[in-house]
Design a protein around this ligand. Structure first.
Ligand code: NAD
Ligand code: MG
Length: 385
């Protein structure tokens, strides 16, 4: 069997590193043919030396002396995504910056293994059009959506709503760890510090998604992602808190049967599965699950009063148009400010709510209008005092 070429966008990040480990365990199946990073030239150079890919791109060289053969600027993501040696594009870029690479890969008819959930939140309809036009596909890397896909294996149809249309689903139950503030009361969350928000109880991830997990913005993005991927209406998507992060999500079918996918919290399997779907591949790097060691498994209701960001995001998803893009951009801008120390963590939902109110009803039917809404939401949050 010949190997499949993989373009890895965001190679130096948390998912990027996981992907390098997964590919390293399966040299007979996959090879990395293109690598990109944002600004970390040293880590990218190391990865390039290790994998000898046909293409390397650093978005922001910022005056560093990098090899003349490297691509640069946002265009290098598109070039990597369309590289002729790549059959699969693993998009592990964080934020709206990943959108154009997903669209470029789909325009070239490729499989996108998608960690960059922001792509689907901003550009769900654009992605849908691109898939229909060129026959590419989107396979989720996000652990909850990988779980849903695994529960739905064999039931993905070719027609219907969504990128991976399914029939006969009564309900999705998406699990959330609850993050570091799961047991904090509203008053205490109001005083939360950045270091508290970065202290995730079950997952080790990049900083942006770690803050999103503390505010539950991440779960809002994931509800929208599930809707876009599988075409299941919002009314049938529930979120439940599951502090152990063992059950990655559940699907309830028409007859009342519920399937869940379980595993130790680790992205090794979701990354592997997105590369091999619909196949499964024996893999030594996926941690073994021991039900006794991980007992008990518990479930709790979401405390919407303490975590208003989740409701704001789901409402934006339901509103459609530019609202999900505004939600995402306002959240990205707010998280950037929290990480820079110029905004309190507790003000994230305030920023998002303000941006959504200000930009209510703005157009969002093509890439240009969506990116304009994205820019306006960022400007609103950046000017907030
Ligand atoms: P990270 O911050 O660790 O890594 C991000 C990567 O993207 C880095 O390689 C960085 O160089 C690159 N990057 C950052 N900004 C960029 C820009 N403007 N243009 C091009 N490249 C840029 O993030 P991560 O935790 O690996 O998350 C990546 C994506 O995967 C996010 O969308 C996140 O929501 C999603 N995700 C992550 C996890 C996880 O366990 N880390 C789980 C599920 C989903
Ligand atoms: Mg997730």
């Amino acid at each position: 069997m010949s190997t499949l070429g993989v373009a890895l966008l965001g190679a130096t990040g948390s998912i990027g590193e996981t992907a390098q480990r997964v590919v390293a365990r399966h040299p007979d199946r996959f090879r990395l043919v293109a690598l990109t990073a944002n600004g970390n030239a040293d880590e990218l150079a190391k990865a390039a030396q290790r994998w000898r890919p046909a293409f390397v791109g650093l978005v922001e060289p910022a005056g560093r002396a990098v090899p003349a053969t490297w691509g640069s600027g946002a265009q290098c993501l598109v070039d990597a995504a369309q590289h002729p040696d790549a059959q699969i594009v693993l998009n592990a870029v964080v934020g709206a910056a990943g959108l154009d690479a997903t669209l470029a890969a789909l325009a070239a008819g490729k499989r996108v293994a998608l960690a960059n959930k922001e792509t689907l939140v901003i550009g769900g309809t654009l992605v849908q059009r691109a898939v229909r036009a060129k026959g590419g596909s989107v396979i989720p890397v996000d652990s909850e959506h990988s779980a849903l896909l695994q529960c739905l294996a064999g039931r993905i149809g070719s027609s219907g709503e969504g990128l991976l249309p399914v029939q006969g689903v009564k309900r999705f139950v998406i699990t959330a760890s609850g993050g570091p503030f799961r047991t904090w009361d509203t008053e205490r969350i109001r005083g939360a510090k950045l270091s508290d928000a970065l202290n995730h109880p079950t997952w080790a991830m990049g900083k942006k998604i770690t803050v999103d997990s503390a505010s539950l913005a991440n779960k809002a993005l994931e509800v929208i992602e599930a809707h876009v991927l599988f075409g299941v209406p919002y009314e049938k998507i529930e979120v439940v808190v599951h502090p152990q992060s063992i059950v990655h999500s559940m699907v309830e079918f028409e007859d009342g049967s519920v399937l869940a996918q379980m595993g130790v919290p680790s992205m090794e399997l979701p990354v592997l599965y997105a590369l091999t779907y619909p196949e499964r591949l024996a893999d030594a790097g996926v941690p073994r699950f021991d039900p006794l060691a991980h007992s008990p498994l518990t479930f709790e209701a979401v405390r919407h009063d303490a975590f208003p960001t989740l409701g704001l995001g789901v409402a934006a998803g339901k509103a459609g148009g530019a609202a999900p893009a505004v939600f995402n951009a306002a959240n990205e801008a707010a998280v950037a400010r929290v990480l820079a120390g110029s905004l309190d963590f507790a003000r994230i939902p305030v920023a998002i709510e303000g941006a959504l109110a200000k930009l209510q009803g703005v157009r969002g039917d093509d890439r240009t209008s969506l990116l304009a809404a994205d820019a306006a939401a960022r400007a609103y949050v950046q000017e907030m005092r």
